[in-house]
Design a protein around this ligand. Sequence first.
Ligand SMILES: CCCCCCCCCC(=O)SCCNC(=O)CCNC(=O)[C@H](O)C(C)(C)COP(=O)(O)OP(=O)(O)OC[C@H]1O[C@@H](n2cnc3c(N)ncnc32)[C@H](O)[C@@H]1OP(=O)(O)O
Length: 217
Amino acid sequence: MTSAGEQPDRTVLLTDTGERPWRSANLYGGDEYSAAYDELTNALGDFLDRLAEARPETELIASMTESLSELARGLDPLAVAERDRVFGRRTDLVSRGQTMSPTVDLAEVDDRSASGTVYFGPYFLGGNGAVHGGAIPLVFDEILGRLANASGRPPQRTAYLNTDFRSITPVNRTLTIRAWLVSEDGRKRVLRATIHDQDILCAEAEGLFIALRPGQP
Ligand SMILES: CCCCCCCCCC(=O)SCCNC(=O)CCNC(=O)[C@H](O)C(C)(C)COP(=O)(O)OP(=O)(O)OC[C@H]1O[C@@H](n2cnc3c(N)ncnc32)[C@H](O)[C@@H]1OP(=O)(O)O
């Protein structure tokens, strides 16, 4: 693990081919479009991780700005209504088709619980090797929201999400994440989740999810 103030150990971050080990495209198969979109979000996430680590010279900054602006202009005419979008709306994709939060790779999921791993790359650094305190509830909302909405239940919204930060959550480590249903009472579901670095409890959360009434936004 990288301690405060040291350069990250590149051997931890990169494979021999230069790929990030926690970003692998199309883990769950899928059609050609899904595979291509998975690769797009992997590439975007990879760019953000590398940008977060880099200190580019002015010339390269200008050139990257131009390239990004050109890509953005290319997307301009392709905007569609929310219901038709891909980004963040595809639960069949590894990252739900988004880069807002790190990929939660769920190995075990049933109606009442889910567990797997999460890896916060350099993009999610808060400081001194610790994940930003806002990124952790984001991941908890992801996993609890997915569990609350699982198995054909009506759509739910988070009414509260209380997070306790028990020890620092390190970047650049594969962490264990678990979530489970605690109780169910009519439209209300209480769920809890934890993030561990081996046997160290990094953070835990409790969320109340409310099933939406028909037509409720
Ligand atoms: C498959 C996709 C995967 C997605 C993953 C990401 C998931 C992301 C999910 C979200 O983050 S949603 C965005 C964040 N949340 C919101 O924007 C919710 C904003 N709030 C609302 O829309 C409403 O307040 C809400 C729907 C949560 C509840 O309003 P309602 O009018 O439907 O319910 P009501 O206020 O009558 O409360 C229902 C019950 O819940 C209780 N309750 C509501 N809010 C509470 C609260 N904050 N604390 C404690 N109890 C609460 C309330 O007391 C009541 O209890 P009883 O039935 O026993 O009387």
